[in-house]
Design a protein around this ligand. Structure first.
Ligand code: CA
Ligand code: CA
Ligand code: CA
Ligand code: CA
Length: 234
């Protein structure tokens, strides 16, 4: 599957000076708990999610976030023999989707980057890599995999009073692996926030937060998988 160049373009932040900020990465470690009961993929938190651990998406890597109502988020993971499940809860005061679908990264959107074996290859987008995945999940739009072919993940979203949620099921058969306890993946989850209409700020998002990356320079985690944290299956 060819690269989604639109997504790539959107993930690039023009920064003037090219700096190597990979040393700034703090490498968070998340725990993904095994579940025998699959969650219902509908954007609502099933009881089974109560057994998962919560990871705060709290690094501001672009723009200004005025408070937690403006933009804050957290994610949890579960795994079974067949799937990785991810739940993201976003708090966002103004829900805005005013950019064309191919530029949905300029709206309210969740981006997920995964290295299936935690090896985090330097050339993340090299088509020869079969261990790298990227997803974009615009609020109210179609969640899609932007890197690597797949028979498809399934997802559910829900609007909440304070923001929105995303619930995702990714089949391991797409990754060609049968993970066991102790398996590690590289992962970062980021949330874009658009609050000001494009007519006023010329087609740009207003802020971006991440779980692990501390920078969006040079395209951030989209081009440097070393900016991913690590999640361990338990
Ligand atoms: Ca659910
Ligand atoms: Ca906001
Ligand atoms: Ca927009
Ligand atoms: Ca928003």
């Amino acid at each position: 599957m060819k690269l989604n160049l639109f997504l790539l373009a959107g993930m690039i932040t023009i920064t003037g000076l090219a700096q190597d900020n990979s040393h700034l990465n703090e490498h968070n470690i998340a725990t993904i708990i095994r579940t025998e009961i699959p969650p219902i993929i509908d954007g609502e938190m099933d009881n089974i999610w109560e057994s998962s651990s919560t990871n705060l998406i709290d690094n501001i890597i672009e723009g200004i976030v005025s408070d937690s109502q403006d933009l804050s988020a957290k994610w949890s993971g579960l795994w079974s023999d067949t799937h990785l499940y991810i739940f993201v809860t976003v708090t966002d005061d103004k829900k805005l989707m005013d950019s064309p679908p191919e530029h949905s990264y300029f709206d309210d959107q969740i981006e997920i980057f995964i290295t299936t074996d935690n090896k985090k290859p330097k050339d993340y987008w090299n088509p020869k890599n079969n261990n790298t995945y990227a997803f974009e999940n615009p609020r109210g739009g179609s969640s899609k995999e932007s890197h690597k072919s797949s028979v498809g993940h399934i997802y559910g979203q829900k609007e909440t009073y304070t923001g929105w949620t995303l619930e995702l099921a990714i089949p391991f058969k797409d990754w060609g692996i049968n993970p066991k306890e102790g398996h590690k993946i590289g992962i970062d989850i980021q949330v874009n926030d658009d609050d000001i209409s494009d007519k006023k700020n010329s087609n740009a998002r207003d802020a971006k937060i991440s779980w692990n990356s501390l920078t969006d320079d040079k395209g951030g985690v989209a081009f440097n998988p070393l900016l991913q944290g690590t999640a361990i299956f338990k």
